[in-house]
Design a protein around this ligand. Structure first.
Ligand code: AMP
Length: 542
């Protein structure tokens, strides 16, 4: 027998219409790249998103076509989140920190029809535009008065506010299939090209419900939320959608992610909840320590993307009375998988035990099922000691990469995360290692394979191995270990110079160490963990 309830598709646009109707006067505040603070309401957002939806239609964007953004966190970016997805197109957020070759590859692979960009990215856009085949139109996200001077783009360059002004705010969000694609985000892995993860309206809505829950990110209409995590990094962990669902005030930091700017915004906008990677919080804590400042309103901060050091959790909690929510996720998981929020019986734990618990990435949010498996694929016990490959499944976990001919990454219906983890009897998961060798620098990924490939192009290099060595500011930085050709006199400086123009600056190795040989395992693979053990503290003073 069938249930007798209404069938209503779960659609991204419904988040916006809900926010407009029930929280219309709630504010959205943005630090603009133009330099000033902009403020308006959900009502304004909804109206301008409808105008932009009409503008996209006028540009000829068809359902399912990709609308790219290269932008910081701000209200225009938010408008595009809903204008693109809501009208049936696919929002494709581009990461400006990628190397230009990767950006060009991704834009063409996604077949983006139009690219919206913040004016700070004009030089980048002009270089990219010269390389890509797909987009015919580029839109500067600003008004006429701030339009950048174009050299290459001129005929294809449009102005965001002109599009808004020329469009009506009457637009009916179409009732598309809830399983149709709503947004696209590329993840850069160790090998090969970046891979596209294609979210659906349904997966996004279900993720939003679960991520907003009290034991997840714990968001409500009383919150003022500052997403420091970029809107180009897995949809700012879903916060733009969550804020609409619960009617929270939103505060967007734009390009100013330094400690002083963030602290000023947190205080002036009475932020209660923020979210970002550990590197950003390091800068914020250093500033607040230095200026003997405090947080008058912020009560919680979500820390994820990389492990949250215990010292950071302690600083926030003890010095500033800000609770830390350690979370784990992946682009392939939309991104939320686990959050470290206490269970009732853990509240009374002594402090050292609480910190030990908070060093874990946490327990699965509803909707995510997880397990750890050993080398033969057999499930390992949740004893807090056994470490294995972390596998997940759920309605917001990817089953296939976008535009890929490869077989589904799933194994028996489970997604292999590439992380190695333990799970304790309470269900708290802790990442112990990564099976991939990618290097995490300030929450961004650096591919060691790419660095090794380039190093090996140098005529004096026999073998090159790149590892992530711990770094006081960036969590990890690439350290290049090189076996040089016999009799070669190549220097560290010469090798580092070799990367100029071949690799994005922030991906370049920080140092080169010459070694005599590289350890290999039984199947001929380099034993990177041995090298990591040996050099992990290379960048740590003392
Ligand atoms: P991304 O797809 O770029 O978000 O990266 C996902 C990967 O980041 C995961 O597979 C983990 O290796 C790592 N990661 C995310 N959150 C954490 C965390 N809290 N602690 C340790 N590693 C994390």
């Amino acid at each position: 027998m069938q249930g007798l309830m209404m069938q209503q598709p779960l659609l991204v646009a419904s988040l916006l219409t809900h926010a407009e109707r029930h929280h219309g006067a709630r504010e959205i505040v943005s630090r603009r790249v133009e330099g000033d603070i902009h403020r308006y309401t959900y009502r304004d957002l909804a109206q301008r998103a409808r105008r932009m939806a009409n503008a996209l239609a006028a540009l000829g964007i068809q359902p399912g076509e990709r609308v790219a953004t290269l932008a910081w966190n701000g209200y225009r970016h938010m408008e595009l989140y809903f204008a693109a997805s809501g009208s049936g197109a696919v929002l494709h957020t581009l990461n400006p920190r990628l190397h230009i070759d990767q950006l060009a590859y991704i834009i063409d692979h996604a077949q983006d029809r139009v690219v919206f960009f913040d004016v700070t990215f004009m030089p980048l856009i002009e270089s990219v535009a010269a390389r890509v085949k797909s987009p015919k139109v580029f839109v500067a996200m600003t008004d006429r008065a701030h339009m950048p001077r174009a050299h290459v783009l001129s005929t294809m360059l449009m102005c965001y506010e002109d599009l808004i002004d020329a469009s009506s705010d009457a637009f009916d969000w179409p009732l598309v299939d809830e399983n149709s694609a709503s947004s696209l985000c590329y993840t850069s892995g160790t090998t090969g090209h970046p891979k596209g993860v294609l979210y659906s309206h349904r997966s996004t809505l279900l993720h939003t419900f679960s991520a907003a829950l009290p034991d997840s990110l714990n968001c409500s209409a009383r919150d003022s939320i500052l997403p420091v995590v970029p809107m180009f990094h897995v949809n700012a962990w879903g916060l733009p959608y969550i804020a609409c669902m619960v009617g929270a005030k939103l505060v967007f930091p734009g390009a100013a992610l330094d400690g002083a700017s963030l602290h000023e915004l947190i205080e002036s906008e009475q932020v209660t909840l923020s979210a970002g990677v550990p590197t950003v919080w390091q800068g914020l804590l250093a500033h607040v320590d230095e200026t003997k400042g405090s947080f008058s309103s912020m009560r919680r901060t979500v820390i994820g993307g990389a492990p949250c050091p215990t010292a950071m959790a302690a600083a926030f909690q003890e010095r500033y009375q800000v609770d830390v929510l350690h979370a784990w996720g992946m682009t392939e998981l939309s991104p939320l998988g686990t959050v470290c929020s206490f269970k009732a019986h853990q509240l009374a734990l002594p402090q050292p035990d609480r910190y030990a618990l908070q060093a874990k990435q946490g327990r699965a949010v509803f909707g995510i099922d997880m397990k750890i498996v050993g080398p033969q694929g057999l499930e390992l016990p949740w004893d807090g000691r056994s470490a294995g490959d972390l596998m997940v499944r759920g309605p917001w976990v990817t089953r296939q990469y976008f535009g890929s001919d490869d077989a589904s990454p799933l194994s028996d219906g489970w997604f292999p995360t590439g992380d190695i983890a333990k799970i304790d009897p309470d269900g708290f998961m802790q990442i112990t290692d990564r099976s991939k060798d990618v290097i995490k620098s300030g929450g961004e990924w650096i591919s060691s394979a790419e660095i090794e490939n380039i190093a090996c192009l140098h005529p004096d290099v026999t073998t090159a191995v790149c590892i992530g060595a711990r770094h006081p500011k960036w969590d990890e930085r690439p350290l290049l270990l090189v076996v040089k050709k016999p009799d070669s006199a190549v220097t560290e400086h010469e090798l580092l110079r070799f990367f100029d123009g071949r690799l994005a600056k922030w991906c370049m190795p920080d140092a080169v160490v010459f070694i005599d040989s590289v350890p290999h395992g039984a199947t001929g693979k380099v034993l990177k963990h041995q090298l990591r053990d040996q050099f992990t503290d290379y960048f740590v003073p003392g």
